[in-house]
Design a protein around this ligand. Structure first.
Ligand code: FES
Length: 159
């Protein structure tokens, strides 16, 4: 049976080719997982099970790799990745208020992705820019001296 996909990406053929290429070859695990991540934007559970079977690797090993590498995500990610720093400098300069506003505007708690997959919101520790705290990034773009009042204006830039 070929790779089944429930996310409407219509890329089952690509996955089938990837699984066929590394069939029975555990050394291909990271390449296959990188391919899955590229196709789906994350690592869907069903697809990981299929990958484990195709390569002959225990599912626990697959999850071990998935959680070890920061580049892999087990959850769907939003089109825009928002990181708010909660390191000490940012925290004391008001990052918690920014967090409250981000969560309110997005309708999610930090660590999650909005239903429409527009944003993923994550909290990070010290981005190395404490002099311009509190700091937030969107897709790597830095927003210095963030305030709760600036949140909706910044988010509106990202469709
Ligand atoms: S604590 Fe936020 S950038 Fe250093």
């Amino acid at each position: 049976m070929g790779a089944e996909c429930k996310c409407n990406c219509n890329q089952e053929g690509k996955l089938d080719a990837l699984f066929a290429q590394y069939k029975g070859n555990p050394n291909g695990l990271i390449v296959v997982m990188a391919g899955i991540q590229e196709i789906h934007g994350y690592l869907p559970k069903d697809t990981l099970v299929q990958a484990a079977e195709a390569l002959g690797v225990p599912l626990s090993d697959v999850y071990g790799v998935a959680t070890f590498y920061a580049a892999f995500s087990l959850r769907p990610r939003g089109r825009h990745s928002v990181n708010l720093c909660l390191g000490t400098a940012c925290y004391v300069k008001g990052a918690p208020e920014v967090q409250v506003m981000l969560e309110k505007e997005m309708g999610i708690k930090a660590g999650n992705t909005t239903e429409d997959r527009r944003f993923s919101l994550d909290l990070v520790r010290c981005l190395g820019a404490c002099g311009i705290a509190p700091v937030m990034t969107v897709n790597g773009e830095v927003f210095p001296r963030m305030t709760a009042e600036k949140v909706s204006e910044v988010l509106a830039k990202y469709e």
